[in-house]
Design a protein around this ligand. Structure first.
Ligand SMILES: Nc1nc2c(ncn2[C@@H]2O[C@H](COP(=O)(O)OP(=O)(O)O)[C@@H](O)[C@H]2O)c(=O)[nH]1
Ligand SMILES: [Mg+2]
Length: 389
């Protein structure tokens, strides 16, 4: 039984304090320790909060649960709505993060705030089926599984209603890529609906990337030994209110995450995104160079214009994609751009110097060129991540 006690000093005799012990209350909430934390990442989900809490309370009757909402300071005031409900329901908590964005990081912080043995993750938009949560919990509690995943692909209809045809194809492709990297057989390794023993997240937390949408894939890929997984079919519903936050950045981020895992965590996801943007910059450079030549401009002028255009598009794309969470605006965008150009200029010198050095020791011109490009890219990434973003 849990009691709330207060110890107070009531007097002093011969240099010793005399204390009193008071029983304040036998709090029924404190008497039952929480066994399940449901983490709910939110961004602009104001109108979904009340129905979700109602549905959770109904589905989780008889279970000692708490809901940890992690909101990234949504402009629509989602956090205020959650806090208004938390004020009269001790099972609800709102972690409000300011100056940060990111689904994976939000889920991770919510999970790390939990003291319960089991952590569930569910979207706020009512697309996931909360009535599956008790079955997930039962499978973890019985020891049958360490990880329970809600799968959109095990029902006969698949994610018919919840996704557009484009998203459906993208989701299937994301799953194929994930399954190629993971050593476990899972039908929906990028699901946002799952439950896990808390210890399994805590042990791999330092290895998880804060960027991205696909934290489940990251958690599975980061486990030292393959976890025992049980999947639960559910029908992926249509979003009830608000809009999806899935966009092109999420796709680039996901490809970066896959590559990070393929390189055994050697290269950070952000670096791989930076490198992908850089490759895009090469395409921009060649296109502008080609157009300049076609317009009859001198080669040197065309090359100069192409280099400046590629550098500018690289800066803008990195600012809005790779570093979206630290995006520069206004005057900072201008000063950041000037710094970016200066640092990439140094990167170019490093590129040529390293390529020259390698070329002196090997007749393989392509190896020298690649070594120069890699060191230039590494310099650009490290220096701009410190001095620009
Ligand atoms: N805290 C936080 N939550 C987010 C962020 N992006 C998306 N979410 C939440 O994550 C869940 C899934 O996002 P959603 O846009 O529905 O993705 P979709 O179902 O793949 O279209 C929803 O509850 C969103 O509110 C973010 O940057 N920060
Ligand atoms: Mg959704």
């Amino acid at each position: 039984m849990t009691l709330l006690l207060e110890i107070s000093v009531v007097g002093e005799r011969a240099g010793r304090y005399i204390g009193a012990l008071t029983i304040l209350e036998r709090d029924p909430v404190l008497m039952q320790s929480c066994e399940l934390t449901v983490v709910i990442p939110t961004y602009n989900e104001r109108d979904n909060i009340a129905p979700l809490i109602q549905r959770l309370a109904h589905a989780l009757k008889g279970i000692a649960w708490q809901a940890v909402f992690v909101d990234d300071n949504s402009p629509d005031g989602t956090a205020d709505t959650i806090k208004a409900m938390a004020a009269c329901d001790p099972r609800i908590l709102c972690l409000k993060r300011v100056g940060r964005r990111g689904l994976a990081g939000a889920v991770l912080e919510g999970a790390l705030a939990s003291a319960a043995p089991f952590v569930g993750v569910i979207d706020a938009d009512l697309q996931h089926d909360e009535t599956v949560l008790p079955q997930m919990l039962a499978s973890l509690k019985s020891g049958e599984a360490d990880l329970a995943i809600g799968s959109r692909f095990l029902t006969s209809s698949g994610p018919e209603k919840g996704l557009t045809p484009f998203r459906k194809a993208g989701s299937r492709l994301a799953n194929i890529l994930a399954r190629a990297v993971l050593k476990v057989e899972v039908s929906d390794p990028v699901s946002g609906f799952f439950m896990i023993r808390r210890g399994l997240i805590e042990t791999v937390a330092p290895d998880l990337t804060n960027d991205g949408f696909k934290i489940l894939f990251d958690i599975i890929a980061s486990q030292r030994s393959p976890p025992r997984i049980r999947e639960f079919p559910y029908v992926f519903a249509e979003r009830q209110a608000g809009h999806s936050k899935m966009d092109e950045r999420v796709i680039i981020e996901y490809l970066g995450l896959i590559l990070t895992k393929l390189t055994g965590n050697l290269l950070p996801t952000r670096f791989l995104m930076f490198a992908m943007v850089g490759l895009g910059g090469v395409a921009v450079h060649m296109a502008v160079l080609y157009s300049g030549r076609a317009a009859g401009l001198h080669f040197i002028i065309s090359q100069g214009v192409a280099a400046m255009t590629a550098m500018t598009t690289n800066f803008l794309v990195n600012n809005s994609v790779t570093y979206r969470d630290r995006r520069l605006r206004g005057m900072k965008l201008l000063t950041g751009y000037l710094r970016f150009c200066a640092l990439c200029g140094v990167g170019l010198i490093a590129n040529v110097a390293v390529a020259n050095l390698v070329h002196e020791h090997t007749p393989l011109w392509w190896l020298a060129g690649a070594a120069g490009a890699a060191s230039g890219a590494a310099w650009n990434y490290v220096s701009t991540s410190v001095a620009v973003w």
